[in-house]
Write a protein that binds this ligand. Structure first.
Ligand code: SF4
Ligand code: SF4
Length: 285
């Protein structure tokens, strides 16, 4: 593995998604996610300091996460790698969710709950496989340091964001709806692990954090505003409070209609030009 750790880790994530563990727990164990993509950022990437300054001082750095998990070891930020992955929604889930306008499709709600269970297992699996090789690691979302916080600038926030780690790893840029637009689209979930292992950081093919969003890059699109049933997306951006209220409402709908404790909205992620990839210019059409 040490000859080519990037390929080795990418294989671990992809192998997990190809296994029976990747399941919506219904329809003959239909997969929760499509083929993932994986990227790497340095634990010393200045973006992690910037997140602390911009989001709030409560934001926890990769070095702080790993030092907290392994208090007897000494780490250097430049020796750490943040491994990030994107799990795209399947074609079946996107098809079903595109057809809905107010309440989630069952597949979407299952991907939010059962699919996130798969994501949690990937985090643990990657940490365990690294551990077998003698490499210390931590999944920030599974660390006791992870918690919700209030950002003076952005409102609801947390001590770690999978999407911000993925942005640092060159996997995508933010859209008007706050979702991360990746080469496999915005209909996805992200995950990450911090490892005490140097891997050449992935190329970040953008300098603007909104580069892939047509609303910001060329003043067109805005389809996510139309898809949002509660008007939580406007030209000014994404209203997290309204969004979270709507998502809570779906928490009553899902158990009643689908028989499990679940929720989910995400209409802004399907039926939009950035759903399944980086959108092409609307000006050229
Ligand atoms: S739907 Fe259009 S405006 Fe909204 S995030 Fe995607 S590209 Fe940007
Ligand atoms: S998740 Fe739902 S409520 Fe929130 S912005 Fe997207 S469409 Fe609107």
């Amino acid at each position: 593995m040490l000859d080519d750790p990037a390929s080795w880790i990418t294989g671990i994530v992809k192998g997990f998604i190809a296994s029976p563990e990747n399941t919506l727990e219904k329809w003959g164990d239909e997969p929760a996610w499509g083929e993932p993509i994986v990227g790497f950022s340095s634990g010393a990437d200045p973006l992690y300091d910037f997140y602390k300054r911009d989001i709030g001082p409560f934001y926890v750095s990769p070095l702080e996460f790993i030092s907290h998990t392994h208090p007897d070891d000494e780490f250097k930020a430049e020796g750490l790698t943040v491994i990030s992955w994107i799990l795209p929604q399947t074609e079946a889930t996107k098809r079903d969710h595109r057809a809905e306008t107010h309440f989630p499709s069952e597949r979407w709600a299952r991907s939010r709950v059962m699919g996130e269970k798969v994501n949690v297992k990937i985090r643990t699996h990657v940490v365990d496989r690294l551990g077998e090789q003698g490499v210390k690691a931590v999944a920030p979302m599974l660390s006791p340091l992870w918690r919700g916080e209030t950002s003076p600038k952005y409102g609801y926030a947390s001590t770690w964001s999978e999407r911000h780690a993925a942005y640092a790893a060159g996997l995508g840029t933010f859209g008007l709806s706050d979702g991360l637009i990746t080469p496999v689209g915005k209909a996805m979930r992200a995950g990450s692990v911090v490892a005490d292992l140097y891997i050449e950081p992935s190329l970040r093919p953008y300098t603007d954090h909104h580069a892939y969003c047509l609303f910001y890059s060329e003043g067109t699109c805005g389809k996510c505003m139309e898809r949002c049933p509660i008007g939580a997306i406007t030209p000014e951006g994404h209203n997290k409070n309204l969004c979270s209220k709507y998502e809570s409402m779906t928490h009553r709908y899902v158990p009643r209609h689908f028989g499990f404790d679940g929720y989910g909205c995400g209409f802004c992620q399907t039926g939009v030009p950035c759903e399944s990839g980086i959108p092409r210019s609307m000006k050229k059409k």
